[in-house]
Design a protein around this ligand. Sequence first.
Ligand SMILES: *Cc1c(COP(=O)(O)O)cnc(C)c1O
Length: 384
Amino acid sequence: MSVPIYLDYAATTPVDPRVAEKMAACLTLEGNFANPASRSHMPGWRAEQAVEQARKQVADALRADPREIVWTSGATESDNLALKGLAWARGKPGHIVTTAIEHKAVLDTCSWLESQGHSVTRLVPDEFGRIEAEKVAQAIRPETFVVSVMHANNEVGTLNDIEAIGRVCRSAGVPFHVDAAQSAGKLLLDTRQLPVDMISISAHKIYGPKGIGCLYVRREADLGLVPLMHGGGHERGMRSGTLPTHQIVGFGEAMALMEAEREEEIPRLMKLRDRLWSALAELPGVYLNGHPEARLPGHINFSAEGVESETLLLALRDLAISSGSACTSASVEPSHVLVAMGLPRERALGALRISLGRFTSTEQVERAGELIVHALGKLRGQAV
Ligand SMILES: *Cc1c(COP(=O)(O)O)cnc(C)c1O
């Protein structure tokens, strides 16, 4: 069987070979394997240096201070730390403003906090998947202790105006958390310009390893986050546990590469994406889901009228792409994001996500376009 063309970079990315090489050098006796917290010998000190260099690489990409970076196991943990950390710091029931289109890492954390006595407002986006700053302003109450709105949506790729939403939070004096797992590194997030207090980032969405990420925590904001992990007091007490040098070095290198290549990569991905979309858009009854302009450069989410995504996926086994729906044991449920955007159930059930990345070639995009056009023609031919 042939290996499918991988067009699911929004789900995860392979590790860039340049990153893998740096990681491998942190594993064995000959390498930089020591505990970065061991200050009594040279190997420990060298490991600490490597961790601090990576911290600077990630901080630089965010135009932040290295002391504002807290290593975590990924964006899921970062989201948990941001929301539970603030809720526990508050110490009494309060109110959270978030959105109906967040990743489960935010949605499920908010639901759990709700079960612990907090109340939650889940804002509904417009038809393009955007959250209006005005709606955030209206939702904030005196007891609101955090606003959490994602930057780029992982399903439709729509970008929120986090600058405008952040201004609303600043003027209300409420901390603002942004899940930027889909946008960090791909787009510039300048914390000197953006009124954002916490940012969740994951390495495996930017050609780094799985199992490492960070939470950016603005120092000036003095949030007093309560940690999820107690122990040796690592990471300024915000996340105890021995630091995984190889993972952190991989994350730092991955971020530095994103930073170095971003200006060339954005137009390249947009060109490939537009090329693929123009092939699909010629077909009757094919709709783009999400915002036509304010979206990630390599991202397409579309629905084909009269064809369910699960059926189309079966016909597209030569492509590794993703459907927007979630299979529960009983049935196929449409994506919560597309439902919140107000898409008709049928169109939501027909949604497919294609996400291009660093290793996507023009030939792959052309082949993908041909395969989809062919599969749709065949499936629709059978239907009549
Ligand atoms: C992938 C992703 C996450 C989860 O990140 P992990 O590092 O896999 O825990 C959270 N939020 C968004 C928007 C994501 O795309």
